[in-house]
Design a protein around this ligand. Structure first.
Ligand code: ADP
Ligand SMILES: O=c1ccn([C@@H]2O[C@H](COP(=O)(O)O)[C@@H](O)[C@H]2O)c(=O)[nH]1
Length: 202
């Protein structure tokens, strides 16, 4: 199994890049795991308490479960991925069965911060977009898709997202084998990653 890790700050375009890669490949031999599904279970907290969690700190992620799942897949065992709700800020209690595939892409803001997880990636990619671009994209997306308002997104950006990005996410660029500039859509970089995957699939 070829495992590709794709990191980068919120709004840099990780999900978009992953979708561009897999849409054009049109094969069931490539699957995706998003770090977003591995936020820790916080059912013991109220919704109000959960809205105050720092979701941009490595401690918010259940890395042992994510690492175990990737190891299971490498050992040809299917996994039950938790399903996460950004509206409830919690796991829904449902799971999605994910089967081993020839190529597995793992994407998320914090995936390169954890040494055990990092070691499982054959290729490490960091998607870069400038912080003003990322903020604009995040604002639009969170209001349209994640039930947030302007005040909440801006407040969270200033108090949490920006400092956490500088402390934990941006420094992981040094672990990347490849950096994809994504202020604009980068079809050349997507083509390169697709070529690497195609080689593995043949
Ligand atoms: N290169 C780009 N140019 C303009 N908008 C983009 C680009 N890449 C992504 N977007 C948009 O920005 C938003 C955030 O992108 P997304 O892929 O969800 O980022 P991430 O997964 O890194 O948080 C989405 O609405 C997406 O359509
Ligand atoms: O309950 C939650 C959990 C996470 N977030 C935010 O999501 C982003 C990471 O997702 P991207 O798709 O990479 O943007 C992270 O910055 C968290 O702040 C959330 O809002 N609510």
């Amino acid at each position: 199994m070829l495992i590709i890790g794709i990191a980068g700050g919120t709004g840099c375009g990780k999900t978009t890049v992953v979708n561009q890669i897999i849409d054009q490949l049109a094969t069931e031999d490539v699957a995706v795991i998003s770090q977003d599904h591995y936020y820790k279970d916080t059912s013991n907290l109220t919704l109000e308490q959960r809205t105050k969690i720092n979701f941009d700190h490595p401690q918010s992620i259940d890395f042992p479960l994510l690492t175990q799942h990737l190891n299971d897949l490498r050992n040809n065992k299917p996994i039950e991925q938790p399903v996460y709700s950004f509206v409830e800020h919690n796991r829904t209690g449902e799971t999605t069965t994910t089967y081993p595939t020839k190529v597995m892409i793992v994407e998320g803001i914090l995936i390169l911060t954890n040494p055990e997880l990092r070691d499982l990636f054959d290729i490490k990619i960091y998607v870069h977009a400038d912080s003003d671009e990322r903020l604009i994209r995040r604002l639009k997306r969170d209001i349209a898709e994640r039930g947030r308002d302007l005040e909440e997104v801006l407040n969270r950006y200033q108090t949490t997202l920006k400092p956490m990005h500088q402390q934990f996410i941006e420094p992981t660029k040094e672990f990347a084998d490849m950096i994809i500039p994504n202020n604009r859509y980068n079809t050349v970089a997507v083509d390169i990653v697709q070529s690497i995957i195609r080689e593995r699939l043949t």
